[in-house]
Design a protein around this ligand. Structure first.
Ligand code: CAA
Length: 291
């Protein structure tokens, strides 16, 4: 089955990045969000990010114009009904995701494939709440979506082969590389990456190093493009905490216990870049460590 029209639920940083890459590769995109402001911000962000690619000679001005023209926005989930593929990229809370799929079901086509960009929640469980667990998969993009090469493909217990193959070709059409992961908590990338971030927060909590020394150590000592605390701010501390909780609950091993300092930052509403404060304060000219 060829996928031509893609509905995306959620116009945050992941949803807008996903809309960006689908539109640039010739798909018609309908991007939905409850908030009109979020949709306007997403379009402005996509425009800026494609412009960045134009200025570096990676995309032509004509391709940018056609990509922007392929994206339509809506505050009504029902308008995603005609899509061949739906990618849910809403908040990382299971109740929110389940409610979205329930609302979508009466409007979609018999052939529509449903996917979630969840970074850790069970695909099998999300699928079981829909009328088509065989046409349901995890389609997990990395942030920033236009730059990161990998997409994780996660089959639920009931996912059928045609659905898997259709999504594998979609990932190829996006010019990205698919990695298949089994449906266990946090799949592959986050199973490894987020406990490392949590360990960096413990390293800070126990006073082994400051924000600056921890980030510098991993950047210069392990060649990571970003330090783990900078990366945590980039991902969102609420998302990091949600992933640790899924690992802790799902695998019942104390090695996954979320660091109390991570919990404290989230309770303070210091969620990283998106709230302008996390392990760094982003309100000034340059990010300043908060510890
Ligand atoms: N859209 C389009 N292009 C973008 C972009 C965006 N949003 N962000 C960056 N770029 C481009 C830049 O234009 C630049 O392009 P050129 O190579 O042509 O010059 C290139 O990406 C590098 O960007 P910068 O020069 O601005 O900055 P940088 O070299 O510091 O790289 C980074 C930025 C790519 C984000 C890099 O720091 C990095 O790779 N960081 C780690 C990111 C990471 O680990 N992501 C995974 C997070 S985990 C996840 O997403 C899973 C989850 O579920 C939580």
């Amino acid at each position: 089955m060829e996928i031509k029209t893609v509905g995306i639920v959620g116009a945050g940083q992941m949803g807008s990045g996903i809309a960006h890459v689908f539109a640039l590769t010739g798909h018609d995109v309908r991007l939905s969000d409850m908030s009109q402001d979020a949709l306007a911000n997403a379009l402005a962000l996509i425009d800026r990010n494609i412009e960045r690619q134009v200025s570096r000679g990676k995309v032509t001005a004509e391709d940018k114009a056609s990509a922007m023209a392929r994206i339509r926005t809506t505050t009504k989930l029902a308008e995603l009904g005609p899509s061949d593929l739906i990618v849910e990229a809403a908040t990382e809370r299971e109740t929110v995701k389940t409610a979205i799929f329930e609302d979508l079901l009466p409007h979609i086509q018999p052939h529509t494939i449903l996917t979630s960009n969840t970074s850790s929640i069970s695909i099998t469980r999300l699928a079981s709440r829909t009328d088509r667990p065989e046409k349901f998969m995890g389609l997990h993009f990395m942030n920033p979506v236009p730059v990161m090469q990998l997409v994780e493909l996660i089959r639920g217990i009931a996912t059928d082969e045609p659905t898997y193959k259709a999504l594998h070709s979609v990932v190829e059409k996006l010019g990205k590389t698919a990695a298949s992961a089994e449906d266990f908590p946090a799949f592959i990338v986050n199973r490894i990456l987020v406990p490392m971030i949590n360990e960096a927060v413990y390293t800070l909590y126990e006073g082994v190093g400051s924000v600056k020394s921890i980030d510098e150590s991993l950047k210069l000592g392990a060649n990571h493009p970003m330090g783990p605390l900078e990366l945590a701010d980039f991902i969102g501390l609420d998302t990091c905490l949600a992933i640790m909780n899924v690992l802790h609950d799902g695998l019942a091993d104390t090695k996954y216990r979320p660091c109390p300092l991570l919990v404290k930052y989230v309770e303070a509403g210091w969620l990283g870049r998106k709230s302008e404060r996390g392990f760094y304060d982003y309100r000034g000219e340059v990010p300043v460590p908060t510890r």
